[in-house]
Design a protein around this ligand. Structure first.
Ligand SMILES: Nc1ncnc2c1ncn2[C@@H]1O[C@H](COP(=O)(O)OP(=O)(O)O)[C@@H](O)[C@H]1O
Ligand SMILES: [Mg+2]
Length: 362
């Protein structure tokens, strides 16, 4: 297991800069997840760590050693891709042992390593099958097995579960969490799925257009997002944003006018620096933070678009007629129908505030 440190890392393709100066330290044994929308540079960053893509500027250290110009095979890493990249004509056993055979490791040692990886991944009954005789989840386990036998200091995963159906994805997610516990190896895992990020990570790195927006523990990002992008990206269903105008600011509080909610007024505590009267801001509230009518600081009555009753909880999609659709989570609110209205309240102390640039106001 090794630490991984990036300092001022940049990547340009021709004149296009896609990684714009990333500073990041990942501790030994840590499970670090890169998350962000498609095209933000997650794979490029991972491929630079792997050595599959040259680093345009900045430095990469693995285990305290500069790796910028070190051959991929000498970096102590193993990578698992979304496409399993198995050799179709080789059995599971041969696929898993391939890198070791290539490195001229003695046969008994290869067998020992392959059997151990097969045990960890519950692949023992499948060792003599060909890839085409396996399910998608089994193929992905073989691809992981092929990485395990190399005993890397750092595992790199690029969207390894994206090709699997929903049920299998949940199953494999738990398998990967268990694997990390058992192997105690540094893992860097790329996904666009914020649920995978929340459940697997010790540390999440949220990327947007080649820039790190925030780094932190999953629940710290959820509870304390640095900006509107992170607030909106982490959490499912997403945080609601309500357009608001500052009416009054002073003495550690602001009064907001919710301009698309009938100009309802809401007073919010704020440490400062305070925005100015007339400033447009965004009020953020997570779906589960709405409370019942009269139980918060301002009531909103909204026409319901769709009510989804999941049994354990209900999601009410409402208010699209006002131009500001909101998602409200209410457990125990099974009586709402698509044709009724709902009255809920916003508790000011649960709300987040963002300036017009999307930066958090605290
Ligand atoms: N070889 C390449 N040549 C030119 N542009 C590339 C190349 N690889 C990736 N890009 C661009 O870099 C950006 C980041 O891509 P990528 O790292 O694959 O994103 P992600 O994995 O987050 O979806 C995208 O705009 C993509 O089009
Ligand atoms: Mg990618």
């Amino acid at each position: 297991m090794s630490s991984v440190t990036l300092s001022g890392v940049r990547k340009t393709f021709g004149s296009l800069e896609v990684i714009k100066g990333v500073d990041l330290s990942i501790d030994a044994k840590e499970f670090c997840v890169f998350v962000g929308p498609s095209g933000c540079g997650k794979s490029t960053l991972l491929r630079m760590i792997a050595g599959l893509e040259p680093i345009s500027a900045g430095s990469l250290e693995i285990g305290g050693k500069r790796m910028n110009d070190v051959d991929p095979s000498k970096r102590g890493i193993a990578m698992v891709f979304q496409s399993y990249a198995l050799y179709p004509h080789m059995s599971v056993r041969e696929n898993m042992g391939f890198a070791l055979r290539f490195a001229k490791v003695p046969k008994e040692e290869i067998d020992r390593q392959v059997n151990e990886a097969a045990r960890i991944l519950a692949l023992e009954p499948l060792l003599d099958r060909l890839p085409k005789q396996l399910s998608g989840g089994q193929r992905q386990r073989v691809a992981i097995g092929r990485a395990i036998v190399r005993h890397p200091d750092v595992f790199l995963f690029d969207e390894p579960l994206s090709n699997l159906d929903a049920e299998l994805r949940v199953h494999m997610r738990i398998e990967i969490a268990r694997l990390h516990k058992e192997l105690q190896t540094t893992m860097i895992y790329v996904t666009h799925d914020q649920v995978e990020a929340m459940t697997l990570a010790d540390k999440i790195v949220v990327l947007r257009e080649g820039v790190v927006e925030q780094v932190g523990r999953p629940l710290d990002l959820y509870d304390d997002p640095a900006n509107q992008f992170v607030a909106g990206f982490i959490g499912s269903p997403k945080m609601n944003f309500l357009a608001a105008e500052v009416v009054d600011a002073g003495a550690g509080a602001v009064t907001l006018k919710l301009v698309k909610q009938g100009n309802a007024l809401l007073r919010l505590p704020l440490g400062g620096p305070l925005p100015l009267p007339g400033d447009m801001v965004q009020l953020g509230l997570r779906p589960e933070h709405f409370v019942g009518a009269g139980e918060g600081d301002v009531d909103l009555t909204l026409a319901i678009d769709v009510a989804e009753h999941l049994g354990s909880t209900s999601f009410v999609y409402a208010g699209s007629a006002s131009g500001e659709p909101l998602i409200i989570e209410r457990d125990g609110a099974r009586h709402h129908t698509d044709t009724s209205a709902i009255t809920v309240a916003i508790p000011a102390r649960q709300a987040f505030l963002f300036d017009s640039e999307g930066q958090r106001l605290r």
